[in-house]
Design a protein around this ligand. Structure first.
Ligand SMILES: NC(=O)c1ccc[n+]([C@@H]2O[C@H](COP(=O)([O-])OP(=O)(O)OC[C@H]3O[C@@H](n4cnc5c(N)ncnc54)[C@H](OP(=O)(O)O)[C@@H]3O)[C@@H](O)[C@H]2O)c1
Length: 267
């Protein structure tokens, strides 16, 4: 069974994706939460899901146990459940800034831990998740977890030393893209396009561009060059964006975001 301790935003997004993909039916997912309301809301949204009495029951019945509580709740939850975790259970963390070492220390014995970092597009089946296993996890178990996270997006292995950069690149970048969509729509409104039409139009252009990068495998610069005809309108704006430092701003955004994550996780 897949267990979730904590049934807030991220767990709901992941559970929604897993059930929708058909990888596991609701009857194979067991959940517990300190908040009765959050638990009931999730159970109403996913009929057939198993509501545990408490975190201990979730721990005892889950073979893959996802700790989907806020980072500062990891310590009390791990202290509460650690005696109940079997040697075979895969403990999956999703908390920003909580290292494998910290989890291993709290567990007080060698157990299988996989640190992961999903992002909120999990809500629409388009997550990008990084996975870092500890030494106790076998290749087969890792593939099983990769398959689970692939049910609501894409999942890739990454060394733990790069997880803060990944958190910046994929966890935080949706906020920057939303800012870009909002700003482009403002530009459209300035040119007389109604706002209610502008947002879906821009979002579709962004989604289509991202899909071209994913599907074609071409270098983004090649795709950009194809849109820029000589002396045309697009290259006029490209020159302006270069002058205004668009690329340097985005590179700096990833750098400062990673540096902040490093400071928060004590790296
Ligand atoms: N949201 C994101 O973009 C994102 C992306 C990647 C990773 N994450 C990670 O996902 C984790 C969860 O984030 P979230 O946004 O889903 O949080 P959330 O919406 O606050 O959900 C956490 C849930 O856990 C409950 N809870 C608190 N203490 C508990 C306990 N001792 N036992 C069982 N349940 C308990 C909370 O109840 P109360 O409300 O009553 O406290 C709440 O319902 C975090 O570690 C975060 O770093 C989030």
């Amino acid at each position: 069974m897949i267990g979730f301790i904590g049934t807030g935003n991220m767990a709901s997004a992941m559970i929604g994706g897993i059930i929708k993909s058909g990888l596991y039916p609701p009857s194979q997912i067991i959940v517990s939460d300190a908040s009765e309301n959050a638990l009931n809301r999730l159970a109403e949204n996913h009929p057939g899901i198993v509501k545990a009495k408490n975190n201990i029951e979730t721990t005892q019945r889950a073979t893959m146990l996802i700790l989907s509580v806020k980072p500062h709740i990891y310590e009390p939850v791990l202290r509460e459940i650690r005696e109940e975790i079997s040697q075979e259970t895969l403990i999956i963390t999703i908390a920003a800034g909580v290292t494998i070492k910290k989890v291993e220390e709290l567990l007080q014995r060698p157990l299988k831990v996989i640190r992961t970092m999903p992002n909120t597009p999990a809500l629409v089946g388009m997550a990008m998740t990084a996975l870092c296993p500890n030494k106790k996890v076998t290749e087969e178990e890792l593939q099983q977890v990769k398959e689970l996270f692939s049910s609501f997006g894409k999942a890739e292995l990454l060394p733990e030393s790069q997880i803060n950069a990944f958190t910046s690149l994929c966890g935080s970048s949706p906020a920057w893209i939303f800012m870009a969509i909002e700003a482009l729509a403002d530009g459209a409104v300035l040119q007389g396009i109604p706002r209610d039409k502008a947002y879906p139009m821009v979002a579709q252009a962004v989604a289509g561009s991202a899909k071209m990068v994913l599907d074609s495998g071409e270098h983004p610069a090649v795709l950009k060059d194809r849109v820029c005809s000589p002396g045309g309108t697009t290259i006029e704006a490209v020159a302006q964006l270069e002058k205004d430092g668009l690329r340097a701003s985005l590179i700096e955004a990833v750098r400062v975001c990673t540096a902040k994550a490093d400071r928060l996780s004590g790296d």
